[in-house]
Design a protein around this ligand. Structure first.
Ligand SMILES: [Zn+2]
Length: 172
């Protein structure tokens, strides 16, 4: 018997609407922003799973999804935002990554998607050490943001963020 999740178990998340600047500002004001390596906890209401919730107009959204969205753009349909820190109320974009709906936080961690200290040995690495080093050097010398490099090197913006913030490829 197929034990994977059937479609009826799929969680349908509302796409995050285009937000006004004041909503974005008020969102980040409710996040306990720390250094880029630490968890940024949501300071307001949590659901029974420990996830932060935020209301825009008359709808509620999970704060990890909002945080990821504000940094990376639209969340592909059916995808979930996982925490590599296993802390549901964390909104640090460096701790968030895109997963499939079957992944829950613990799964994501167990599946070895935790950023590795070994760069390309990690199975989520799409870049070779050599290329990663090149991108990092270019990024640091450039005014351009992570989205530009994501396009240029055909990897996800979060991949560039992880690389350039030192979360992945710590060996460089
Ligand atoms: Zn965290």
């Amino acid at each position: 018997m197929n034990t994977t999740l059937e479609p009826k178990h799929k969680v349908k998340f509302l796409p995050i609407p285009k937000l006004e600047q004041y909503q974005i500002d008020s969102f980040w004001e409710k996040v306990d922003i720390k250094s880029q390596d630490e968890c940024w906890n949501w300071k307001k209401s949590l659901d029974s799973w420990g996830y932060g919730h935020v209301g825009f107009w008359d709808k509620l959204y999970k704060t990890n999804r909002v945080a990821w969205y504000l940094v990376n753009g639209d969340i592909p349909d059916g995808m979930v935002i996982c925490h590599r820190c296993d802390n549901p109320k964390c909104c640090n974009p460096n701790h968030l990554f895109l997963g499939t709906f079957k992944d829950n936080t613990r799964d994501c961690v167990r599946k070895g998607r935790l950023p590795s200290r070994h760069g390309e040995l990690n199975n989520s690495a799409k870049l070779t050490n050599e290329l990663a080093r090149q991108i990092k050097t270019e990024y640091e010398a450039s005014e351009r943001g992570h989205r530009y490099f994501a396009k240029k090197y055909n990897v996800s913006p979060s991949c560039i963020l992880r690389l350039c913030s030192g979360i992945s490829f710590k060996n460089l």
